[in-house]
Write a protein that binds this ligand. Structure first.
Ligand SMILES: Cc1ncc(COP(=O)(O)O)c(C=O)c1O
Length: 380
C-alpha cells in the first residue's frame, strides 16, 4: 500500500477481499480446514500456490489481524495468537531455547513474569530481572548465553516509558534480539519496530480489540523471527480463532478515534487527580509521543484513605482487572495483577493497598472526574 497516514492505514490495511460476493466487510472464515479438488491442488498448498490448509496453520481472518497490526507497526510480518501471553510465549521461543538466558525488565506485566520465572525456567531458560531505567544494570546482567532483551514500552502499573533507543543500542552492541510488549502504548503512540526493535508484541485483548470482548495476541517484526514464532504457534496449538480475529479487526478499525478520545480524557482526569489533596502521587507519563500520552493513569492515595469505601463508591466505574476497553475502569494491582508477588517484591516496585490503576474510557471527561471526586469525598 502507498504510504498512507496512520488512521487511514488502520481502516484500510490487510482487508481480505471476498471475490465471490464482494462483501464490504471481511467474511468470517469459520472453518477448521480447507478443501481441495485434486492431489495436484493439495500439493499446490505445499508449493505455496494456495495459502490455506488447516486453520491452526493459518486462516484468512487470523492473517488479516496479523497483517493489519504489522502494517501499523511498520513491520514486514506478523502472526496472530490465542492471547497476549500466548504471543509473548511464541515471540520469546522464536528467539531462545534451553540453556539460553534472558534479561527482562523488573516491572514486567505479572503474567509475563510468571511465564519466564516458572514455565521457561522449567524448560531450561533462565531470566535475570533488572531495572531497565538503569542501562548500566541491564548491560551488567548480560551473560555469555544471553540471547534476548525483553521489556515493555509503557510499564504497569506506574507507566514508566521505556527508553527504546537505549534498549536497541544495547541489543545491537551485544548482538542480542530485542522484544518489546507494546500493549499499553499501541502503534498509535509508539512503533518500536521502526526504532530497531526486532519483535513487537501486543495483547490484542486490550486496545487493539478495544471492547473487552476477546482474548487475543499478535507478534509482529522481522520476517525470519516471525517465521519461527509462527512455527511455535502451529506446533504448540497457540492459534487464534477466526471469529476472535474478526472481532479484533472490527475493534481495531476505531483505534485512532478511541486513542485520541481516551488520551484526551486521561489528560483531564490526571490533571484533576494531580491537584486533589487525597492523591499522594499521580503516575501519568510526561511524554510518550507526538500522538499523545495514552489513556492510563495510576494514583497512590494518601495514607488513611478508606480503600474499600473508595472502590465501592465509584458507581458506574467498575473494578476490572484488565484495561483498555471503551469504559473507564479501575484495577487494584496489589490484589490482582501483582497479587502473586511477595510483599517484599510488591514493596520494591512501590505497590501498596493505596495504588489504583485507572483505564480511561471514551465517556465525557467531566463525568469521569465527577465520579472520582465523589468517591474520594466519601473515603476520607
Ligand atoms: C502489558 C501486557 N502484556 C500482556 C498481557 C497478557 O495479555 P492476555 O491477557 O491477552 O494474555 C497483559 C494483560 O493484562 C498486559 O497488560
Amino acid at each position: 500500500m502507498k504510504e498512507l497516514s496512520f488512521t487511514t492505514k488502520v481502516v484500510h490495511s490487510g482487508r481480505k477481499d471476498d471475490r465471490a460476493f464482494k462483501s464490504k466487510a471481511t467474511p468470517i472464515y469459520q472453518t477448521s480446514v480447507f478443501s481441495f479438488d485434486s492431489l495436484e491442488q493439495l500439493e499446490g498448498y505445499f508449493e505455496g500456490e494456495t495459502p490455506y490448509l488447516y486453520t491452526r496453520n493459518g486462516n484468512p481472518n487470523t492473517d488479516e489481524l496479523a497483517q493489519v497490526v504489522a502494517a501499523l507497526e511498520g513491520a514486514p510480518d506478523g502472526v496472530a495468537v490465542s492471547s497476549g501471553l500466548g504471543a509473548i510465549l511464541a515471540g520469546i521461543l522464536a528467539v531462545v531455547k534451553s540453556g539460553d538466558h534472558i534479561v527482562a525488565t523488573e516491572d514486567l506485566y505479572g503474567g509475563t513474569y510468571h511465564l519466564v520465572k516458572e514455565e521457561l525456567l522449567n524448560l531450561g531458560i533462565q531470566t535475570t530481572f533488572v531495572s531497565f531505567a538503569d542501562t548500566e544494570a541491564v548491560e551488567a546482567a548480560i551473560q555469555p548465553n544471553t540471547k534476548l532483551l525483553y521489556t515493555e514500552t509503557i510499564t504497569n502499573p506506574f507507566l514508566r516509558v521505556e527508553n527504546i533507543p537505549a534498549v536497541v543500542e544495547l541489543a545491537k552492541k551485544h548482538q542480542l534480539i530485542s522484544i518489546v510488549d507494546n500493549t499499553f502504548a499501541t502503534p498509535f503512540l509508539l512503533q518500536p519496530y521502526i526504532n530497531g526493535v526486532d519483535l513487537v508484541i501486543h495483547s490484542a485483548t486490550k486496545y487493539i480489540g478495544g471492547h473487552s470482548d476477546i482474548s487475543a495476541g499478535v507478534v509482529t517484526g522481522k520476517q525470519e523471527l516471525i517465521a519461527e514464532a509462527r512455527k511455535r504457534v502451529v506446533n504448540m496449538g497457540l492459534n487464534l480463532s477466526p471469529f476472535e480475529s474478526w472481532l479484533a479487526c472490527r475493534g481495531l478499525k476505531t483505534l485512532s478515534l478511541r486513542m485520541e478520545r481516551q488520551s484526551r480524557n486521561a489528560a483531564e482526569v490526571a490533571a484533576f487527580l494531580q491537584a486533589h489533596p487525597q492523591v499522594k502521587t499521580t503516575y501519568y507519563p510526561e511524554y510518550v509521543s507526538e500522538a499523545g500520552k495514552g489513556a492510563m493513569v495510576t494514583v497512590e492515595l494518601i495514607e488513611g484513605t478508606d480503600m474499600s469505601r473508595f472502590f465501592s463508591s465509584l458507581g458506574w466505574i467498575k473494578i476490572v482487572p484488565s484495561l483498555a476497553g471503551i469504559e473507564t475502569t479501575v484495577s487494584y494491582p496489589k490484589g490482582t495483577s501483582h497479587r502473586s508477588l511477595t510483599e517484599e517484591e510488591q514493596m520494591k516496585l512501590g505497590i501498596n493497598e493505596r495504588v489504583v490503576r485507572i483505564s480511561i474510557g471514551i465517556e465525557e471527561a467531566k463525568d469521569i472526574v465527577a465520579q472520582f471526586k465523589a468517591a474520594l469525598a466519601v473515603s476520607r
